[in-house]
Design a protein around this ligand. Structure first.
Ligand SMILES: [Zn+2]
Length: 293
C-alpha cells in the first residue's frame, strides 16, 4: 500500500476504514509520530504535532487489538515471515509531550514504542531550527516578509502564517551548513523578531530521567543524531559524527542501529535503522497530518 493512500485512509475515514483497506495486507505498519497533544496557538512549528491525545489513544488501542506491536529488535523476524500483521510505533525528536502525553497512554495499554531522540536537545535544551523559524514568523509584528537573497517575492502574512513558515522551512532544508546562521539571522531581521531565546527551549524536550523511566517501563530509546542537522545537506563526516555521538551519549549501545535520519530527502530509515530498510513496510507519518522533521 502506498504511503499516501495509507495516510489518507487513516486521517480521513478513521480506523475502521483503514482496517478494511488493509484486510488482505501483511507486513509491518510503521506509525511515526513527532508531538502529541494540542498545537493550539503555539508560536512553534504546528506541523510537528502528529495528533491529539484522544486520537492517539484510539490509534494505540487499534494497533493493540488488530496488529502485533513490535520493537526494532523484532523487525528481522517480522520481515522474514510472509504472513503476519505488525505495527512499529515510533516517535522522532524527543519532545517532552512524548513522555507527558503519549507515554502514559502507551503504558496503560501495555504497548511498546520506540523513541528516536536527538541527544543534543536532551543535554542542552534549546529551540530547534524548525521551531525557531516558526516562532520568528508568528511573533512578528510586521505584516509580511521580504528575504531577497532566498525568496523570489515578498510573503504576506495570512491569518495563521502557516504558508510563510512552510516556505521558510523549505528554504532551510536546501541550505549548506555554512549558510544556516546567515539565513536564520536574516529571517530574524526581516521579521523583526530577533533570534529565539534559549529559555524558550526549557521544558521543550524530555530529560534523561524521563527516558530512563520510559525504558524501565518497556519503551525503546533510539537515536536521532545529536543536533538534528538536515542530513541531505550535511557532509558524510558530519553525518558520521552525528550518528556516533548520538550512540555514545545514550546508555543503550545495542540500539545504535535503531536510528532515524532527520529531515532528509533520503529514504526513511525509521523502518529498519540506518543501514537501509527492508521492503514490505508501510510508514504513516503522524497518522493525522504531520510532516517529517
Ligand atoms: Zn526529527
Amino acid at each position: 500500500m502506498k504511503r499516501a493512500v495509507a495516510h489518507r485512509l487513516f486521517a480521513r475515514s478513521g480506523l475502521q476504514v483503514l482496517l478494511a483497506g488493509v484486510s488482505r495486507w501483511s507486513g509491518v505498519l510503521v506509525l511515526n509520530y513527532h508531538r502529541v497533544g494540542q498545537a493550539g496557538d503555539s508560536p512553534f512549528d504546528r506541523g510537528v504535532w502528529s495528533t491529539d491525545a484522544g486520537t492517539f489513544a484510539e490509534q494505540i488501542r487499534f494497533c493493540k487489538s488488530r496488529l502485533d506491536v513490535i520493537t526494532p529488535d523484532d523487525l528481522p523476524r517480522a520481515m522474514a515471515g510472509r504472513r503476519g500483521r505488525y505495527a512499529l510505533i515510533t516517535f522522532d525528536d524527543g519532545y517532552r509531550d512524548n513522555h507527558d502525553v503519549a507515554f502514559p497512554i502507551l503504558k496503560a495499554e501495555g504497548v511498546p514504542a520506540t523513541f528516536f531522540v536527538a541527544t543534543g536537545f536532551i543535554d542542552t535544551p534549546r529551540v530547534p531550527w524548525w521551531d525557531e523559524l516558526a516562532w520568528m514568523v508568528r511573533t512578528s509584528q510586521r505584516d509580511g516578509l521580504e528575504l531577497a537573497d532566498w525568496l523570489p517575492a515578498r510573503l504576506d502574512y495570512a491569518s495563521d502564517r502557516e504558508d510563510v513558515v512552510e516556505a521558510l522551512l523549505r528554504v532551510y532544508k536546501t541550505l549548506p551548513t555554512e549558510s544556516i546562521d546567515r539565513y536564520l539571522d536574516a529571517v530574524a531581521k526581516a521579521t523583526g523578531s530577533g533570534r529565539c531565546g534559549v529559555e524558550l527551549g526549557h521544558g521543550l524536550w524530555m530529560t534523561w530521567d524521563n527516558l530512563r523511566e520510559m525504558r524501565a517501563a518497556g519503551m525503546i530509546i533510539g537515536g536521532h543524531t545529536v543536533n538534528h542537522p538536515v542530513f541531505s545537506q550535511t557532509s558524510a563526516e558530519r553525518r558520521r559524527q552525528e550518528i556516533l555521538g548520538c550512540g555514545r551519549r545514550r546508555s543503550t549501545p545495542s540500539h545504535v542501529t535503531a536510528c532515524a535520519r532527520p529531515a532528509s530527502s533520503m529514504p526513511s530509515a525509521t523502518t529498519a535503522g540506518c543501514a537501509g530498510g527492508p521492503t514490505g513496510t508501510t510508514t504513516i507519518s503522524g497518522a493525522s497530518g504531520s510532516k517529517r522533521i
